[in-house]
Design a protein around this ligand. Sequence first.
Ligand SMILES: NC(=O)c1ccc[n+]([C@@H]2O[C@H](COP(=O)([O-])OP(=O)(O)OC[C@H]3O[C@@H](n4cnc5c(N)ncnc54)[C@H](OP(=O)(O)O)[C@@H]3O)[C@@H](O)[C@H]2O)c1
Length: 318
Amino acid sequence: MANEFPYKASSDRYSQMPMFYNRCGKSGVLLPKVSLGFWHNFGDDAPFERSRAICRYAFDHGVTHFDFANNYGVPAGSAEANFGRLMDEDFRPYRDELFISTKAGYLMWDGPYGEWGSRKYLMSSLDQSLKRMRLDYVDLFYSHRYDPNTPIEETLQTLVDVVKMGKALYVGISNWPLEPLKAGAKYLKEHDVPLLIYQGRLNRIDREPITEGILDFCKGEGVGFIAYSPLAQGLLTDRYLEGIPADSRMAQEHFLKSERRTPELLEYLHQLDEKAKASNRSIAQEALKWVLDQNGVTSVLVGASSVAQLENNLQTIF
Ligand SMILES: NC(=O)c1ccc[n+]([C@@H]2O[C@H](COP(=O)([O-])OP(=O)(O)OC[C@H]3O[C@@H](n4cnc5c(N)ncnc54)[C@H](OP(=O)(O)O)[C@@H]3O)[C@@H](O)[C@H]2O)c1
């Protein structure tokens, strides 16, 4: 169905799924159990009206948390820029109902100030993100990766300062190893900007946050945990059971290589499919449920290339 204008959000967006929100650690923030990620499918390489339909469907079904990074989309930055347009055209009246995050850490522009963890890079990047998204502030700003060559205090003080300056309401850490994470959480607490959330890759195949003790640490400290790539970029779905669809992420041979589609994976998927069918679930739902069942997980951060995929993922909660 074509998108209608002007957009009016569904009036029962908060009543369809009771118990849809989890408290984020020991903070005042509630996050939806399923959040929407903008890494793929929202850049200039994706059909804009499809991106709009996915965003509307998400918000109409209580998905209040949208997750970005400076470099999301092809070209880098285009996911934020396209969302900026959607803010103006659809979501401006709902700004206070949205929890919008962005990050900086990976390569975004040329030269010595375009990546990692310096104050120079993080401050400039956040300003650029705000401009692209046409926002006055983000709800959550992350350090996207640990920088072993920048003093940890410089990165962390920048996180404190973006909150004090009103550019972000909360701060998060993504992909940091456990020891710097511990030091980071301590520093932020001592500077009155407690760490809200950790973002790490967690799914049935990739379990490092569990094996490395990160999830336990977050739980113990009252820090939320949001799991990215909970479907292992689509591996843990029915997408690759019969081959590699031309419109799939694997067909692009970039972030998800076809060598990941091994006989062992296929055997595992068929087993998962059996298990899922026995409970009337899809493979994706079975995979998401596993992540949400891990003690300490606040939300799963899914990607979707269609409204139907997002719908299927949201049904995990019923
Ligand atoms: N902090 C970090 O370093 C980091 C890193 C990666 C991701 N993230 C965040 O996490 C978000 C999600 O990452 P991700 O896209 O890798 O997550 P994912 O949910 O593991 O994978 C999403 C892909 O799985 C497929 N899919 C989704 N639902 C499906 C369903 N019900 N049935 C069949 N296939 C389905 C789609 O693939 P097709 O596109 O092939 O249809 C979709 O693009 C990102 O957008 C980003 O916000 C953060």
